[in-house]
Design a protein around this ligand. Structure first.
Ligand SMILES: [Zn+2]
Ligand SMILES: [Zn+2]
Length: 258
């Protein structure tokens, strides 16, 4: 049994064929999926998925790549996160790869989410790309560390170095690997995945993007997370059942799903 810890089922590529996508989850023993919010105007659709399907959960947050969108306040995020089907704050973080120029607004938006996580007592889903130093520094400054009363969270679709992974783990965070880890040219990331302990790993699709090998090039969907799991089990030299049990357990512990 597998869990997709990060997908965008509300995106048109997936929501328009939802029954088929849900069936394929079942066919691949993917029991649950977390639908991740990227903007406030789209949030009701994400929440609706979780409200109408017992095996789907949702998060609330505004993605760092959406510049011209409604800016969330701490109070707003806390209020929306109080819903029992909302298990996390995010996705949030920093992305200096997709956008450039003065990104002070991105850092400010990230701080709002970090504060909302503490206030709402819900963990974070963090997106970081070409911005790991600032991401870790701001997490530290805002008390995201579980040792300073933070709720922890996950570094999603992880593509950074082992050093960054270790710094996040030291703050009580999990590291989530997507289909990228299965790509032929992802040698450095594969070494990182080999070194991250099983008790700290989550798996995800980030669908509809980044379909894993052998589905590369297709529209990604939660059912394909099984291929990420198979690849990681192989890479780490553990039985698939062990990898599945560990990542499922980690997901439930982090997002307090019992
Ligand atoms: Zn992301
Ligand atoms: Zn995402």
């Amino acid at each position: 049994m597998f869990i997709d810890s990060h997908c965008h089922l509300d995106f048109p590529e997936l929501v328009d064929r939802l029954p088929e996508v849900l069936q394929k989850m079942q066919d691949n023993q993917v029991s649950q999926a977390l639908c991740v919010s990227v903007t406030l105007p789209e949030f009701p659709k994400v929440l609706a998925l979780a409200e109408t399907h017992a095996n789907l959960y949702a998060s609330v947050g505004v993605h760092p790549d959406y510049e011209d969108t409604e800016e969330p306040t701490i109070d707003q995020l806390v209020e929306l996160a109080a819903h029992p089907r909302i298990v996390a704050i995010g996705e949030t973080g920093l992305d200096y790869y997709r956008l450039n120029g003065d990104l002070a607004w991105q850092r400010e938006r990230f701080r709002v989410h970090l504060r909302a996580s503490r206030a709402a007592k819900k963990p974070l889903i963090i997106h970081t790309r070409s911005a790991s130093d600032d991401t870790l520094r701001i997490m530290q400054e805002e008390g995201a560390d579980t040792a300073s009363g933070g709720m922890g969270g996950v570094m999603h679709c992880f593509t950074e170095t082992l050093q960054v992974a270790e710094a996040a783990i030291a703050m009580g965070f999990y590291i989530s690997f997507s289909g990228i880890v299965t790509f032929k040219n992802a040698k450095a990331l594969q070494e990182v995945a080999r070194a991250v302990p099983l008790e700290r790993i989550l798996i995800e699709t980030d669908s509809p993007y980044l379909a894993p090998v052998p589905m590369r090039g297709k529209t990604n969907e939660p059912g394909f997370v099984r291929h990420v799991a198979e690849y990681l089990a192989d890479l780490k030299g553990v039985p698939l059942a062990t990898l599945a049990a560990a990542t499922t357990n980690n997901f439930r512990t982090l997002f307090q799903i019992h």
